[in-house]
Design a protein around this ligand. Structure first.
Ligand SMILES: [Zn+2]
Length: 256
């Protein structure tokens, strides 16, 4: 007996015809075992490949798309963005994806890093990205906006949802990481939080700063997801479980 699949959705993205298929699945409802129990959606960290394929198929069925609609790339903590339809190099290393037609469903993997979903409901362009601290500082979220604009989107129309990820409660960092955020974003209120021993970084605050500087409206960013590390019943966490743990995948596509 497999648990039900649970998917977090953002009120910023309308469902139904002309809207988006989208969401951030929690860890329940799959077939993987141990620390990867149960809806592990990533192939990279050594899980049984057949189980991961079945987990992806379960999610696709639950959401009403075909497993073959799923478009994913290998994330490398960079800023490269691939638009569906462009030639895909080998290895396909992109932390951002963009699509301007119904059909494909873009996936963004994360387990503490922030999975980010983007959608312009007017121009009908969507995007997905993976942002850990390196990607946030490097500007992967801004790069997705730029590539969406190339495809007809307007930054002021783009909605963005940040998925479950490590919160400021748990994201303790060394001085070099703290400096990287200060150097990149300046003194953003709430971005650096004092901790017991080291500073903590609020990745969500940094990403909102990154997005709004590129023209996204603050009220168009859903920026308060739960913390993955604090909620072991609901989420995988790399800081908590290391490479033995599972990986989540935020997804978004345009509905016909
Ligand atoms: Zn936490």
């Amino acid at each position: 007996m497999v648990d039900a699949i649970r998917v977090r959705r953002s009120p910023l993205f309308s469902d139904g015809p002309g809207g988006f298929v989208h969401g951030f699945p929690e860890r329940t409802g799959g077939e993987s075992i141990g620390l990867r129990a149960s809806l592990n959606l990533g192939y990279r960290w050594g899980d049984d490949q057949a189980l991961v394929a079945r987990n992806r198929a379960r999610l696709a069925t639950h959401e009403g798309f075909a497993p073959t609609d799923l478009q994913v790339t290998k994330h490398v903590h960079g800023t490269a963005v691939w638009c569906v339809g462009e030639p895909l190099p080998e290895p396909p290393e992109f932390d951002g994806l963009v699509c301007d037609r119904p059909g494909p469903v873009l996936g963004a993997f994360a387990a503490d890093c922030v999975p980010i979903l983007f959608g312009d409901p007017v121009a009908r362009v969507c995007g997905a990205a993976h942002a850990g601290w390196r990607g946030a500082v490097a500007g992967v979220a801004e790069r997705v906006i730029e590539r969406m604009v190339e495809r007809g989107a307007r930054a002021a129309d783009v909605r963005v949802a940040l998925g479950p990820s490590i919160g400021p409660c748990c994201f303790e960092v060394g001085p070099e990481v703290e400096s990287a955020f200060r150097d990149r974003f300046g003194a953003v209120p709430g971005m650096i939080v004092p901790g017991a021993k080291k500073a903590h970084v609020d990745l969500r605050v940094a990403l909102v700063a990154s997005l709004t500087r590129r023209g996204v409206l603050a009220e168009h960013v859903d920026a308060t997801p739960p913390c993955t590390r604090c909620n072991p019943e609901r989420f995988f966490s790399y800081r908590r479980d290391g490479l033995e743990g599972g990986v989540h995948m935020g997804f978004i596509g345009l509905r016909a």
